[in-house]
Design a protein around this ligand. Structure first.
Ligand code: AMP
Ligand code: ZN
Length: 142
């Protein structure tokens, strides 16, 4: 497993920093976010140190995401939330503060539960041609 000696999540995985562990196996570690947005807010991370989604190889991603549903279901079973937001902030501008890939599982209880990520859609701003051009600009890079 690659790990970064200065990384707080690598230290949590290695037991150098305490955490409220939810789940662990050979590939992933899941623990409560120290700043609970809502009750049961959990982070799931690969044991391999990767900075964020951009730097993640398919094998690491598939192993990590394969574990997400069972941790999500366990939170659902424990607290019966009304819903759940599953997300990964990528890059400082998008709110990433720890640079070891992590998936946030944020159970949702009601409108005033502390989670807030309302977005404004711009559906009318693009013609079909523009949509095709945007899709193409992405797709040529895959
Ligand atoms: P992000 O801001 O998306 O990079 O998420 C990083 C998350 O890690 C934040 O929500 C922090 O509250 C959380 N965090 C930082 N340090 C710890 C820690 N020692 N134990 C648990 N969670 C932590
Ligand atoms: Zn790390």
């Amino acid at each position: 497993m690659t790990h970064d000696t200065n990384c707080i999540f690598c230290k949590i995985i290695n037991g150098e920093i305490p955490s409220a562990k939810v789940y662990e196996d050979e590939a992933v570690y899941a623990f409560l976010d120290i700043s609970q947005v809502t009750k049961g807010h959990t982070l799931i991370v690969p044991k391999t140190h990767v900075k964020n989604i951009y730097e993640t190889k398919e094998e690491v991603a598939s192993t990590l995401f394969a574990r997400v549903p069972k941790v999500a279901r366990a939170i659902e079973k424990a607290f019966n939330p009304a819903g759940m937001n599953v997300l990964s902030n990528t890059g400082e501008f998008a709110g990433q503060s720890v640079f070891h890939l992590h998936i946030h599982l944020i159970p949702r209880y009601d409108e005033s539960d502390g989670y807030n990520a309302k977005w404004v859609t711009h559906n009318d701003d693009y013609t079909n041609e523009e949509r095709q051009a945007i899709a193409e600009a992405i797709s040529v890079n895959i």
